[in-house]
Design a protein around this ligand. Structure first.
Ligand code: DX5
Ligand code: ZN
Length: 215
C-alpha cells in the first residue's frame, strides 16, 4: 500500500483566489494542506497569520498542518488552535523548543518538529518520544521556489533509522524544493509526507503533479 502523503504548501497559491486554489488541490488528491507562517524574525520574510488560517479553515476539510517559522511561538499556540490548525510544526532551533512542544500538547494539537539544513538531524533525537511528526527542511526556510538540497536525503535516512531503532512510529516529512523529479528519492530515503508548494500550485494540472509526487 502506498502511504506517502502529499501536502501542498499554500505559500505558492494565488492569495487573491485562495479558495479556488485550495479547491483545485483538494479535488486533485491532496492529503493535507501545509500553511507556512513567517514572522520576519525567525526567517527573513513575512507570509500570513491567524486570519488567513481561520479563513482557510472555512474553505476546506483537509487537515491544516501549520508550520510556524516564528521566533516566539509560545503565545500563539492557543490562537492557532482557535483559528483551526490541526497540527503545529515548530523548529528545533528555538531556544524554547521543549516549552513550545509542551504547550502544543496541552492544547491537544498534533505536534511536529522541523530541522533546518544547517542543523544536524540528531538535534531532533531528544524530542522523538513526544512527536507526532518530524520535518526535514530541504531548503533554508523563508521562501518558496528554492532549489532542493539533496543533503536532506541523508538526514531523512538517519532519522528514519533512529526512529526504527527506538521502535517509534513517527512519520517523517520533507519540505522545500520537492518536485516530481526528486520525489522518488525522498520516498526511497524514507519520507512519508512530501510538502510541495510551487510544484503543485504553479502547475495547470495539480492532480497530475500530486499523483506524480505520490509515485
Ligand atoms: C519554506 C517553506 C516551504 C515552502 C515550500 O520556508 O517552509 O513549505 O513553501 O515551497 P516549495 O515547494 O516551492 O519549495
Ligand atoms: Zn513549510
Amino acid at each position: 500500500m502506498n502511504t506517502t502523503r502529499i501536502g501542498p504548501s499554500l505559500l505558492a497559491a494565488d492569495f487573491a483566489r485562495l479558495a479556488e486554489d485550495i479547491g483545485r488541490v483538494e479535488r486533485g488528491g491532496a492529503d493535507f494542506l501545509h500553511l507556512d507562517v513567517m514572522d520576519g524574525h525567525f526567517v527573513p520574510n513575512i507570509s500570513f497569520g491567524l486570519p488567513v488560517v481561520a479563513a482557510v479553515r472555512q474553505t476546506t476539510r483537509l487537515e491544516l498542518d501549520t508550520h510556524l517559522m516564528l521566533q516566539n511561538p509560545l503565545p500563539f499556540i492557543g490562537p492557532f488552535k482557535e483559528a483551526g490548525a490541526d497540527s503545529l510544526v515548530v523548529h528545533v532551533e528555538l531556544e524554547s523548543t521543549q516549552a513550545v512542544l509542551d504547550a502544543i500538547r496541552q492544547h491537544g494539537l498534533q505536534c511536529g518538529l522541523a530541522v533546518n539544513p544547517n542543523t544536524p538531524v540528531s538535534a531532533l533525537y531528544p524530542y522523538l518520544d513526544e512527536l507526532d511528526s518530524a520535518l526535514v527542511m530541504s531548503v533554508e526556510p523563508g521562501f518558496g521556489g528554492q532549489a532542493f538540497q539533496p543533503a536532506a536525503l541523508d538526514k531523512i535516512r538517519d532519522l528514519c533509522a533512529e526512529i526504527e531503532r527506538r521502535g517509534l512510529d513517527i512519520p517523517v516529512g520533507i519540505d522545500g524544493g520537492v518536485q516530481p523529479g526528486n520525489a522518488a528519492d525522498c520516498r526511497r530515503a524514507g519520507a512519508q509526507c512530501l510538502v510541495a508548494g510551487s510544484a503543485v500550485f504553479n502547475s495547470p494540472d495539480p492532480a497530475r503533479v500530486i499523483a506524480n509526487l505520490r509515485g
